[in-house]
Design a protein around this ligand. Sequence first.
Ligand SMILES: [Ca+2]
Ligand SMILES: [Ca+2]
Ligand SMILES: [Ca+2]
Length: 260
Amino acid sequence: MCNKTLRTILMTISRSYAVRRVGVVLGLFIGAPGAFGAIYSNDFEGTVGSEWSTNQVTTAPGGTGTRFLGRFGNIPCIGGVCCPASGSTLTLTNLPPHQGLTIEFDLYIICTWDGNAPGGPEPDKFAFSVDGQPPVINTTFANTLGNTQYYPDGSLNPPGTGAAAANTLGYTAAMCGHPHYIEDATYHLSFTVAHSGSQAVFQFGGGGPNQYCNDESWGLDNVSVTTIDAIPTVSEWGMMAMAGLVLLAGGVVIARRRVA
Ligand SMILES: [Ca+2]
Ligand SMILES: [Ca+2]
Ligand SMILES: [Ca+2]
């Protein structure tokens, strides 16, 4: 084996070793202040609980057959289809010490949401906020062919952009009143917010779709909340970066010594 080939192999091994050491050290730095813990989850297959402001649940008429919180809408009842509330609030108390919260949930957009349809029955909106603060998200969704929605980036997007799934809950054109592009869409949403109080109030809704419940409605599923003990500060990120550089340089030096 020539010296050049041997040098290349040793440098590769040493670098990977150094990278592993950097990863371990960074993990220690990140793991301590950034630890997290799951504090709440609900898939609504069982008891809803008094932490929710409404316990209305619906079983998907087909597809996954999952049970979810809702349906929600702005017109209470029509044709036997009811949306008794325009949204719901989740209140969690006695939270452990933390500096941030991550909340994830599935949002079901059901039937003929019109998004930003110009001159039409729009906008059809969904908003989510924490502790009454300005919304973390306040956007529009569309299921109707030819319309646009602001989700996920605020620009004019085709219906269903960013959806994790479509037509998996079993809603049909007959149920929704007329055929369109998507009968039901599933969006998986995740947000992390700075938060340190012992209580958190999550508000789902805000605006909402603007037509009858059988024409357009929404639901929630697979809600989970996680606490974050601490978010690394700028100085901590700087220390981690310096530690990484030192260890990487150490690995290169070791390799050169072995080759020499
Ligand atoms: Ca469910
Ligand atoms: Ca509509
Ligand atoms: Ca509408």
